[in-house]
Design a protein around this ligand. Sequence first.
Ligand SMILES: Nc1nc2c(ncn2[C@@H]2O[C@H](COP(=O)(O)OP(=O)(O)O)[C@@H](O)[C@H]2O)c(=O)[nH]1
Ligand SMILES: [Mg+2]
Length: 284
Amino acid sequence: MLDRRHLDERGRERRQVGGGAGAGEGHGLGGDVVGQAGEPGGHGGDAERVEPQQADRGLGRRRQGVVDGQAGDLVARPRPGRALRVGIGGPVGSGKTELVSCLCLAFSGDLSVAVITNDVFTTEDAAILEAKRVLPVERIVGVQTGCCPHTAIRDDISENLDALDALEERFSPDVLLLESGGDNLTATFSKALVDVQIFVLDVAGGDKVPRKGGPGVTGADLLVINKTDLAPMVGADLDVMRRDSAAVRNGKPTHLISLREDPTAASVAEWVREQVRARALQTT
Ligand SMILES: Nc1nc2c(ncn2[C@@H]2O[C@H](COP(=O)(O)OP(=O)(O)O)[C@@H](O)[C@H]2O)c(=O)[nH]1
Ligand SMILES: [Mg+2]
């Protein structure tokens, strides 16, 4: 076991927080599931190495998180009772906000949820969720990052971390959903920020995209290929997307879905529930 210590330094003030207070088979949840479920959470025991420089940049501002004894290893360590923190990334327009909206509705009967959205210059996505009334407005926080979306979820995570902590403290939710601003295929969340990561691709981006790989596609705990309803319109071959994502994801799951056709996002919602259950086991 690695020796771990807690960091308890207070983060700097938020700049702006708005918006009110080998392929396996599917599991029959409507949606098209590739790959095995794998270890729930994906970050439970194995600290994934991050660049020392990257870890250093966040340390002075990080309130919560754990540094392993080895310099440069940084993971978010679950503490009992804390919400599962789910990062949702992917290119602009792939359906991240739509997925957040669908998940909020799917969980409305069984899980307590709060949401953070990231936009570069606005709080547009928070406003969309508020207008849809998928959650009480005080549970939706828009963080205006003012910088590259990737930076705010991987390098300088303090604003998002503060916003997560504030929602945690106020609502003690079961799940915190954190939507990144739209970014490219390299986008990944710091493991000091979220427990699990979902990366959302758009079928209309073309069936070549999964095989292009990139850390977002290859490293996410769950890859969602959304808008399967558009495949005939754009000439995308879903079998190719299914095959290529399985080839680059080393057994981690990929769900092909259409939020237009299944607004309950059934397979993704069930995957998140599995992570919540697994995390509860890890922390008890
Ligand atoms: N046809 C179709 N459109 C979708 C689907 N999911 C989302 N959209 C639409 O795609 C657009 C971008 O979605 P949004 O969630 O804002 O993308 P984001 O930029 O990744 O947050 C919106 O107009 C959505 O209504 C889907 O499964 N099928
Ligand atoms: Mg969005």
